[in-house]
Ligand binder design. Structure first.
Ligand code: NDP
Length: 388
């Protein structure tokens, strides 16, 4: 970022009250207009916040880099990769200057690069903590993919590092920006369907590659729970708008010989105040992608619930009628907006740590066969506000 750009941005963030949001949006609005509706008009390309993606695997390649071509407040400015072939391919495809291309050895030199404002960590799970902390130490804002880390302790180290550096930290929880999931939050927390009594959700896919890092405990931290079951936990919490009080869980791996290090299938019951329960399941041996809320006066369901697109929702009143959006573009733009406006992200590190505490309790219960209580202190008990 050049001096003039920084100057422009600080001027912009001070004068937000005078920035006019785009006019009324219809159901067919494209991502750009939805992003802009977050409160800031689209920035000229040269003024957008620069994002560097770290770890150019499937998610960075298939989702994040394309989404960064749609964002209105940030842009793909750099990459960090351990694969020389990708340096060349990505550099050419996205017209990246050589000075913005890093590997894991040169990573810390990003500190000297004003063109990069945000580092987006998309590495295997156990690498999230180290690379997020080094990013904060380099003076950058951080988006870290889910699961935030592989232990609540590491999550806290990441939060501390960002705070110490005076930089923002958010987690790649894209579904907080997805209209059907947002409607589920509203329905669960409002009186429309009565009080939430029972929720159920499954997120599973068959993983048949024995060499995958997702099956390596060192790199993944855990199995399908950490990888995709986390979305069911998220849905339970954002639908209830409350913290769970205890959990009971069972390892139900069907073919243990295929899963020597992590669980193949896990099931849990997460208890909330007033006897509300989330029945969750996640597996690498099956397929499933749904979430259902039963309330005193009706129900609501998402199926599929967690996909990048094609999410569908139905309720006891009427089917949901919302557009498909570019979730990643909205998520990254909202983080950029938070930086520009010095606002708090709705998906902060504290939320990632909260989910890690719940997942650790699920594993503990599955291992011990006992119910594990959850007692969050004030800082750990983050619940996203409903309005945003
Ligand atoms: P991939 O295996 O496809 O990519 C991971 C990349 O990390 C590799 O391509 C490589 O990039 C880099 N890497 C560095 N060290 C290692 C190592 N020891 N083993 C393997 N890869 C390494 O994973 P995904 O892209 O599917 O997942 C990455 C992260 O993103 C995970 O934390 C996952 O949970 C999260 N994710 C989030 C999604 C969401 O919807 N929010 C969806 C999918 C994933 P390089 O060659 O550039 O060094």
């Amino acid at each position: 970022m050049s001096y003039s750009r920084r100057d422009f941005l600080s001027h912009l963030s001070l004068g937000l009250g005078s920035v006019v949001a785009l006019p009324g949006l219809t159901m067919l609005d494209n991502t750009k207009r939805l992003s802009s509706a977050a409160g800031l008009a689209e920035l000229p390309e040269s003024e957008k916040l620069g994002v560097a993606l770290v770890g150019l695997g499937r998610y960075a390649t298939g989702q994040l880099a394309p989404a960064l071509q749609e964002t209105t407040l940030c842009r793909l400015a750099g990459i960090v990769t351990g694969t020389p072939r990708k340096e060349e391919e990505w550099g050419r495809k996205y017209d990246l200057p050589e000075s913005n291309i890093y590997n894991y050895e040169t990573y810390d030199q990003i500190a000297d690069n004003d063109d990069i404002d945000i580092i987006y960590v998309v590495l295997p799970n156990s690498m999230h903590a180290e690379y997020s902390i080094r990013a904060a130490e380099a003076g950058k804002h951080v988006i870290c993919e889910k699961p935030m880390a592989t232990s609540a302790r590491d999550c806290q180290r990441m939060i501390d590092a960002s705070q110490k550096a005076g930089r923002k930290l958010s987690i790649g929880y894209r579904l907080h920006f997805e209209p059907h999931n947002k409607e589920m939050m509203r329905l669960g927390r409002s009186e429309v369907l009565g009080n939430a009594e029972q929720m159920s959700g499954t997120h599973s896919f068959p993983l048949n590659d024995p060499g995958a890092w997702r099956l390596d405990k060192e790199l993944a931290g855990g199995g399908p729970l950490m990888d995709v079951g986390i979305y069911v936990i998220q849905a339970g919490l954002y639908t209830m708008g409350q913290l769970p009080t205890s959990v009971m869980a069972w390892d139900e791996t069907q073919n243990p010989e295929n899963f020597p290090e992590v669980e193949g299938t896990i099931r849990w019951e997460l208890n909330f105040p007033k006897d509300a329960v989330l029945y969750g399941e996640s597996s690498y041996e099956d397929r499933g992608n749904n979430f259902r809320l039963e309330a005193t006066n009706g129900w609501a369901e998402l199926s599929p619930a967690y996909s990048y697109s094609g999410i569908r929702g139905d309720t006891s009143e009427e089917p949901m009628d919302f557009p498909q959006v570019n979730q990643q573009a909205l998520q990254m733009d909202d983080f950029a907006r938070c930086i520009l406006e010095d606002d708090r992200t709705i998906v902060p590190g504290e939320m990632g740590k909260r989910d890690m505490i719940i997942m650790e309790a699920i594993y503990e219960s599955a291992e011990t066969g006992r119910e594990v209580s959850l007692d969050f202190d004030k800082e750990e008990g983050y619940i996203r506000p409903l309005a945003e």
